[in-house]
Design a binder for this molecule. Structure first.
Ligand SMILES: Cc1cc2nc3c(=O)[nH]c(=O)nc-3n(C[C@H](O)[C@H](O)[C@H](O)COP(=O)(O)OP(=O)(O)OC[C@H]3O[C@@H](n4cnc5c(N)ncnc54)[C@H](O)[C@@H]3O)c2cc1C
Length: 703
C-alpha cells in the first residue's frame, strides 16, 4: 500500500460534475475493475488466495448459513431464493481476484481526470467469480438516493445525468473483457441483493439482542425484507430468460413453464436505461382484443412491482408521511384564510424536494413517451400504484407535478403539440413553473354532450379569434396558471365530430375575463378554483391550434382516457386514507361504555369499506393493465366502468368515515370533508355517471 492523493466520491450521483465527467468516472470505475479481473493470479503467486471454482455456490451456502443464524422471522423472498439459487447457479464461472466490495466510494480518483488512482477496502477480497464484483458495483443503480446503508442512484432520468445504466456497465465490461455476453447478469444482481439482505438481517438480529443499537439497526429488519424482494425480482427475470432460451420456451409464450410467466421485469429493465431496445414493447403489434389476464401480468400489490417502481412507491409513501401529511392542516387553514388565492409557499418548497427525489412527472405513460424524454417511463399499471399513494392527500398531486388538469394538458402537448408549442408550454409545465387549465364546459349548453359546445374559433388572416362563455374551468384562478387549452368550433357546418378544435390560449391574452370563482358545496377550492370565464374576441396566433382544425374530439379522446384513470387511482387512495382515519378514530373513542370499534355497526362499516375498496382497486388495475397491453380504445369499457365505480365507492367509504368521526368529520380539521366533496364532484367532472353508464351499455350490447 502507498499513499495516493485524489478524490473519493461518496455520493454516487456525483453532484457538481458535468454529465460527461460523470460518465467518465463510471467508465473509469469499470475499466479498473477489468484491470483487477485481468490480473494473472499465477504470475502474482496468488493461487492460494482463495478456493478456486464454485464461488457462487459457496457464497450462497455461506450467506444462507449466516442468514439462518440471524433469522428472527420468515422472510418469504429469502426462502424462495435459498431454494432457487442452487438450481440456477452459473454454468461457467471464471476465477479471478475478486475485490468483494467494489463500490464507487471505495475508489480514489485522480484530482482532475476520470482515472482511478487507488482501490480501497480489500478486506473481503479472495479468488472467485468476477461478475459478483460487477454486480456489487451496480447495487446503487437499484437503490433510492436516501437508502440508509448505501446511497443509491435509482432515479428517473439517470441518462440525462450522464451516468450509464447498469445494463451499459455490464456491456462495457463484457466488451473490454472480450466476453461473448453477460446475459445472466440478473442472477448476479439477485445474488448481490441476497447477500445484502442476509447482512441486514444480521444487523437487525444484533439490534434485538442489544449488540447493535441505533435507529438504523432497528429498521434493518424491514430493509432486509426489501432487499430480499429486490433479489427475488432479479431471480424471476433470470428465470424468465432461461425459460425463453429453452426449446419451445419463448415461442410457447403462454406463461407456463419452469420460469415465471411474465416478462414484466425485462420490459422494466429495458425502460430504465437510455439503450432501451426499440421494439422492446411492441405496442404496434398488439392484438386488438384483450388477452387473458395471467396472474403475474396484473400486479395487484406494490410488492409485485419491479424494484425501480417499488422504490418510487416507498419514496412516495415516506414523502407523504414525513413532509406532507404533517403539514396538511397548515395548508387547509391557508385555504380558508383571506390569503387563500395566493399559493402557500410550502407547496413550492415541497415541489422542489419531490423533484430532487425523482418523484416528478411520474404520470407520463411509457407509451406516450417511449424514450423517457419527459417522464419516468412507467406503465399505467405501475403508475396506478404510485398514483394511489398520491390520492391520500389532496395536496400531493401538485407536489409531484401530477395534478389535473396539467397532466392531461401535458399529455396532449407531448402527443399532439408542435415543437414550437412544446417549447413554449410543455417545458414550463414539465418544470412545474407554470400551471394550466382546460376550458370545455359551457353554462348555456348541456356539456356532457361535447358536440353541444358553442364557443367559436374563427380564422382571420394569420390569427384565430375566440369567443365563448365557459365555466368550471378548474385551476384558471391560480396566479401561476398561464395556459388555457380551449375547446370550441372551427367549422359549425362540418360533420358533428369534426366541428370542434382545441387551441392554446395564453391566459394574459386580451379578452380573457374572469367572471367569478364557482364553489363546490360552498368551497371555492383556492388557489386554482373553478372559474367562470368569458372569452371576448381573443386573438391568438394561427400556430396555436392543436393538431389541426376539426380534430378536437380526437384530442379529447387521447386526453380523457389517462385523465380518468388517474382520478380513479387517486380515489382509491383517498378511500384508503378515509378508512385508515376511521379505524384510528373508532379505536380511541369510547361511547356507552365501550370503544366505538366494538360496536357491530362500526365493524360492519369497516368491513364494507374494505371490500368495496378492494373491488374498485382491482378494476382500476385491470383497466390500467389493459391500457398498457391493448390500448385505450380496447380498454374503453373498463375506463368507463371505473369512472362510474370509483367516485361512488369513495363517497360511501368517506361517508362512513365521516359518520364514525361524528361532527368533527365534517369540519376543516380533518381531510374527510374535502375528500367527500371532491369525490362527489367526480361523479360529474370528466363526464357524469349516466354518460359513462350509457357508454358501457352500448359497448356491452355490441359485444
Ligand atoms: C369540480 C368540477 C370541476 C370541473 N372541471 C372542469 C374543467 O376543468 N374543465 C371543463 O371543461 N369542465 C369541468 N367541469 C365540468 C364537467 O365536466 C361538467 O359538469 C360535466 O361534463 C357535465 O356537464 P354539465 O354540467 O353541463 O351537465 P349537463 O350536460 O347539463 O348534464 C346534467 C345531467 O344530465 C344527466 N345526463 C346527461 N347525459 C345523460 C345521458 N346520456 N343519460 C342520462 N342522463 C344524462 C346527468 O345526470 C347529468 O349530470 C368540472 C365540474 C366540476 C363539478
Amino acid at each position: 500500500m502507498e499513499y495516493r492523493a485524489g478524490r473519493v466520491f461518496l455520493d454516487p450521483s456525483l453532484p457538481g460534475l458535468t454529465p460527461e465527467q460523470r460518465r467518465g468516472v463510471y467508465e473509469a470505475m469499470t475499466a479498473v475493475l477489468c484491470q483487477i479481473h485481468r490480473a494473472d493470479i499465477t504470475a502474482l503467486g496468488l493461487q492460494d488466495y482463495g478456493k478456486p471454482g464454485e464461488y457462487v455456490a459457496r457464497q450462497v451456502h455461506r450467506w444462507t448459513r449466516q442468514y439462518r443464524a440471524s433469522e428472527t422471522r420468515s422472510i418469504p423472498a429469502m426462502e424462495r431464493l435459498i431454494h432457487w439459487f442452487p438450481q440456477h447457479l452459473p454454468q461457467t464461472q471464471r476465477t479471478a481476484i475478486v475485490h468483494g466490495d467494489f463500490r464507487l466510494d471505495n475508489l480514489v480518483f485522480h484530482a482532475d481526470k476520470p482515472e482511478v488512482v487507488a482501490v480501497l477496502d480489500w478486506e473481503l477480497s479472495t479468488l472467485g467469480d468476477p461478475l459478483c464484483d460487477l454486480a456489487t458495483s451496480c447495487l446503487a443503480h437499484f437503490l433510492p438516493p436516501d437508502f440508509p446503508i448505501l446511497r443509491g442512484i435509482c432515479v428517473p432520468g439517470l441518462s440525462s445525468l450522464g451516468i450509464p445504466s447498469a445494463e451499459e456497465v455490464f456491456g462495457q465490461y463484457s466488451r473490454v473483457m472480450g466476453l461473448p455476453d453477460t446475459a445472466n447478469w440478473q442472477l448476479y444482481m439477485a445474488f448481490s441483493f441476497f447477500r445484502v439482505a442476509a447482512i441486514l438481517q444480521g444487523v437487525y438480529k444484533r439490534s434485538l439482542t442489544g449488540q447493535a443499537s441505533s435507529a438504523s439497526a432497528e429498521s434493518a429488519g424491514q430493509l432486509a425484507e426489501q432487499m430480499a424482494d429486490l433479489a427475488w425480482d432479479f431471480a424471476t427475470k433470470e428465470g424468465f430468460r432461461v425459460f425463453k432460451a429453452m426449446p419451445g420456451g419463448a415461442g410457447a409464450g403462454q406463461g407456463r413453464g419452469p420460469g415465471p410467466p411474465q416478462s414484466r421485469g425485462l420490459s422494466t429493465w429495458a425502460r430504465c436505461g437510455p439503450s432501451r431496445p426499440t421494439g422492446a414493447r411492441p405496442f404496434s403489434s398488439i392484438p386488438p382484443s384483450p388477452p387473458p389476464l395471467s396472474e403475474a401480468a396484473l400486479i395487484v400489490s406494490p410488492a409485485g412491482l419491479p424494484p425501480r417502481v417499488q422504490n418510487l412507491h416507498l419514496l412516495l409513501e415516506r414523502f407523504l408521511q414525513d413532509h406532507l401529511l404533517p403539514q396538511e392542516q397548515l395548508l387547509r387553514d391557508h385555504q380558508a384564510s383571506s390569503r387563500c388565492w395566493s399559493p402557500h409557499p410550502l407547496i413550492e418548497e415541497l415541489k422542489e424536494k419531490a423533484r430532487q427525489q425523482g418523484l416528478w412527472n411520474l404520470f407520463i405513460p411509457v407509451e406516450t413517451d417511449p424514450d423517457c424524454r419527459f417522464g419516468a417511463g412507467l406503465t399505467n399499471l405501475e403508475y396506478a400504484h404510485l398514483c394511489e399513494v398520491m390520492g391520500r392527500s389532496v395536496y400531493a398531486p401538485e407536489v409531484f407535478n401530477c395534478s389535473a388538469p396539467d397532466t392531461g394538458n401535458m399529455e396532449v402537448l407531448i402527443r399532439y403539440g408542435s415543437p414550437q408549442q412544446q417549447e413554449e408550454w410543455l417545458h414550463p409545465l414539465l418544470d412545474g413553473t407554470i400551471r394550466s387549465c382546460f376550458a370545455m364546459t359551457e353554462p348555456k349548453v348541456a356539456s356532457s354532450d361535447a358536440t353541444n359546445i358553442e364557443a367559436s374559433i374563427r380564422l382571420e388572416d394569420d390569427s384565430y379569434i375566440i369567443n365563448g362563455h365557459k365555466w368550471w374551468t378548474s385551476g384558471a384562478l391560480d396566479p401561476r396558471c398561464k395556459l388555457c387549452v380551449f375547446m370550441g368550433k372551427t367549422d359549425p357546418s362540418a360533420p358533428r365530430h369534426r366541428q370542434q378544435s382545441m387551441i392554446l390560449v395564453a391566459m394574459d391574452t386580451p379578452g380573457v375575463k374572469v367572471i367569478r370563482p364557482l364553489s363546490v358545496y360552498g368551497a371555492e377550492d383556492p388557489p386554482g378554483g373553478h372559474a367562470e370565464l368569458l372569452f371576448e374576441d381573443v386573438r391568438v396566433p394561427r400556430h396555436s391550434l392543436l393538431l389541426g382544425p376539426g380534430r378536437g374530439f380526437e384530442i379529447a379522446q387521447g386526453r380523457l382516457g389517462p385523465g380518468r384513470i388517474h382520478h380513479c387511482m387517486r380515489l382509491v387512495g383517498q378511500a384508503e386514507r378515509a378508512l385508515e382515519l376511521m379505524k384510528d378514530r373508532v379505536k380511541s373513542r369510547v361511547a356507552f361504555g365501550k370503544p366505538l370499534v366494538e360496536q357491530g355497526t362500526i365493524l360492519a362499516d369497516i368491513a364494507r369499506s374494505r371490500i368495496e375498496i378492494e373491488q374498485a382497486r382491482l378494476l382500476v388495475l385491470k383497466t390500467a393493465h389493459l391500457m398498457d397491453t391493448v390500448g385505450n380504445k380496447v380498454a374503453a369499457p373498463e375506463i368507463a366502468m371505473i369512472k362510474v365505480v370509483c367516485p361512488s365507492m369513495a363517497l360511501r367509504v368517506i361517508d362512513r368515515a365521516i359518520q364514525a368521526f361524528g361532527a368533527a368529520g365534517l369540519s376543516n380539521d380533518f381531510p374527510l370533508a374535502a375528500f367527500y366533496s371532491w369525490a362527489r364532484a367526480l361523479r360529474l367532472a370528466d363526464g357524469p355517471d349516466e354518460v359513462h353508464r350509457a357508454a358501457v351499455a352500448k359497448m356491452e350490447l355490441r359485444r
